[in-house]
Structure formats: structure tokens, C-alpha cells
Design a protein around this ligand. Structure first.
Ligand code: APR
Length: 170
């Protein structure tokens, strides 16, 4: 699967679905999560609350993905996924890989033709970008799911360079 890498703000991407680096509560936070809720508006939070009240009473587990409206954003949907917090004692690579493959699966179910990912877990959740980039590259290239256009949107030049190296040498 070909992945386009770029530097930018995920909330501005003109794709069918953008992926949110959420937390299990689905009720917002900082970073990507904060930007999406702030710019996307209340409709996103209302659907997240409805998901908590219906299917995810205990919160969305790490590695899983669920979709809501994108509200005021250019995208049609937000796919919320919960990355693993980086651990030096436990290998959570499969959970991080699952964020990518599960988000692709949800995108395909929605009929999305395009999807944009941020660098999940590399911010507040402290996952080293080099490792996260390798996991993302492997997960996206081996995913059994096909979405015609896949974007990775990196927030700064350093992270973009790290991801470019990983995706070129995948
Ligand atoms: N567009 C694209 N990338 C962004 C944006 C943005 N608007 N804002 C931040 N980033 C980048 C960060 O620089 C980092 O590389 O997204 C990556 C993920 O960072 P976080 O948003 O902190 O996500 P994560 O590390 O997965 O931590 C998730 O943080 O915001 C809370 O509620 C969220 O508890 C959850 C946790």
C-alpha cells in the first residue's frame, strides 16, 4: 500500500477520514485529540459520549478504533484510536500496529476512499518516533485492507524526516 507522507495539521486534511490519537475515555484531551475536538466542534464529542453510553462503557481499549462524524472539519469522519503508552518493560508494538490496521478496517467499512494518520503515541504517550515509524510502515504495508489513498501527516520536520526514512526503507 502506497503511503503519502507530509508535514501538516491533521485537522486540515481533505480526506474522507482522519485518525485521532485519542485516549480510552473518548472525551478529548490535548495534542491531536484536542485539535480535532476544538476545530471539529461539539458534534464529535456528542457522538463520542453516545459511544461511551452504548458500546464502550469502560472506554475504548488501546489498539481499537471507532468512527464518529468529523463535525466542522473538512473530513467526513474521525476515526478515534487509542495508542499504547510507551513502556520500556513491556513490548506494546502489536497494540500500536493494531491502531493502524483497525483504523484502516473501520475506514473500509465506512467506504472511505482516503485516510490520514498522525504519528500515534509519539507525543504524550512518549513512543520514540523511530520505533513508531517502523511499526506504522510495517502495519500499513502489510494490512489486508485496501483504502485507495493513505496519508501520514507529521506535525514537525524532525518527525517527518524520521517517518520518511522508515517508509523508504520499509
Ligand atoms: N496534526 C498532526 N499531528 C499532530 C497535531 C496535529 N494537529 N498535534 C499534535 N500532533 C502530533 C504530535 O506532535 C505527535 O507527533 O501527533 C503525534 C501524537 O501526539 P499526541 O497528540 O500527544 O498523541 P499521543 O502521543 O498518541 O497521546 C495521546 O494525548 O492528547 C492526549 O487525549 C490524548 O490522552 C491522549 C494522549
Amino acid at each position: 500500500m502506497r503511503v503519502n507522507l507530509s508535514r501538516g495539521d491533521i485537522t486540515e486534511q481533505r480526506v474522507d477520514a482522519i485518525v485521532n490519537a485519542a485516549n480510552s475515555s473518548l472525551l478529548g484531551g490535548g495534542g491531536v485529540d484536542g485539535a480535532i475536538h476544538r476545530k471539529g466542534g461539539r458534534a464529535i464529542l456528542e457522538e463520542c459520549r453516545a459511544l461511551r453510553d452504548s458500546h464502550y462503557g469502560g472506554g475504548l481499549p488501546a489498539g481499537r478504533a471507532v468512527a464518529t462524524t468529523a463535525g466542522n472539519l473538512p473530513a467526513r469522519w474521525v476515526i478515534h484510536t487509542v495508542g499504547p503508552v510507551y513502556s520500556t518493560t513491556e513490548d506494546r508494538s502489536e497494540v500500536l500496529a493494531s491502531c493502524f490496521t483497525e483504523s484502516l478496517r473501520v475506514a473500509e467499512e465506512l467506504g472511505a476512499e482516503s485516510i490520514a494518520f498522525p504519528a500515534i503515541s509519539t507525543g504524550v504517550y512518549r513512543w520514540p518516533p523511530e520505533s513508531a515509524a517502523r511499526i506504522a510502515a510495517r502495519a500499513l504495508s502489510t494490512a489486508p485492507v485496501r483504502v485507495p489513498r493513505v496519508e501520514m501527516v507529521l506535525f514537525d520536520e524532525d518527525t517527518l524526516a524520521v517517518f520518511q526514512r522508515a517508509f523508504d526503507t520499509r
